[in-house]
Design a protein around this ligand. Sequence first.
Ligand code: ATP
Ligand code: MG
Length: 263
Amino acid sequence: MPDTAKEKATFIVSGVTHSYNQTNALNSIELTINEGECVAIVGPSGGGKTTLLNILNSSIKPSTGKVIIQGKDSTNYTPRELKSVRSRISLIPQNLALVDSFRVWQNVITGKIGQHGFLKLLKNLTIPAKEQLTEIHSILDRVGIEEKLFSITKNLSGGQKQRVAVARSIFQSPAAILADEPVSSVDPARAKSLVELLIKISNEENTTLLMSLHNLELAMEKFPRVIGIRNGTVCFDRSPDQISKKELQELYQLEENEILEDG
Ligand SMILES: Nc1ncnc2c1ncn2[C@@H]1O[C@H](COP(=O)(O)OP(=O)(O)OP(=O)(O)O)[C@@H](O)[C@H]1O
Ligand SMILES: [Mg+2]
């Protein structure tokens, strides 16, 4: 790969495997994700999507192989480098990791914990600067829940909580957003609008976006690149118009009439 292409890659994954004790979650993964790309990761439960996203965020180390994040090999990060990369690569975890008893603005502010450190975060959580609240309000406006700025998070619906997690990610101003099944608890229309919102943010700010999705139709409709993962192995990785019905059936091991009616 020419050097210029390397510089443009947010992630280069080579020969990555991962095992949890006896379970082999990822096998020899090879991937390059370029700066600003929007990529959907699909596949059956237990296929390895969450494991891959956690490896890209350096939350877990691969058992073997290496991951280059923005040009730097993540295998030998110092604790300081690890902290720095986590502040640039934002993960929206499957369980959202929000503090239920916090007000919405407080959860959003925790997005900058990696950049500001714990003590500054503690201060901001108690006495937020006016400019910060204004910024958070405008981000909440962008994700469509500006009226929830001072609400207690546990009183929000599942879909609103997902938007808080997205707002926390945007507040971080990351180079990449890794969204792990961010639309699982919303109705189809809201799922679509949340996916569109994340893609819009990615396009406007040249933020790399990787999203794992159980909603195959949404992945195929909205993303220019779709990666299918089953049993820890990449089954396909290309634009949706070049993915065949047969490949999708094999990915989920479904009968023909169970896949995308108009596929
Ligand atoms: N902490 C863990 N300890 C042991 N095994 C794990 C752990 N996390 C995941 N696994 C196993 O690793 C494999 C991949 O799991 P992973 O969570 O990455 O799949 P996934 O594609 O995200 O699934 P889902 O669509 O259900 O979220 C599965 O076999 C799972 O049981
Ligand atoms: Mg998962």
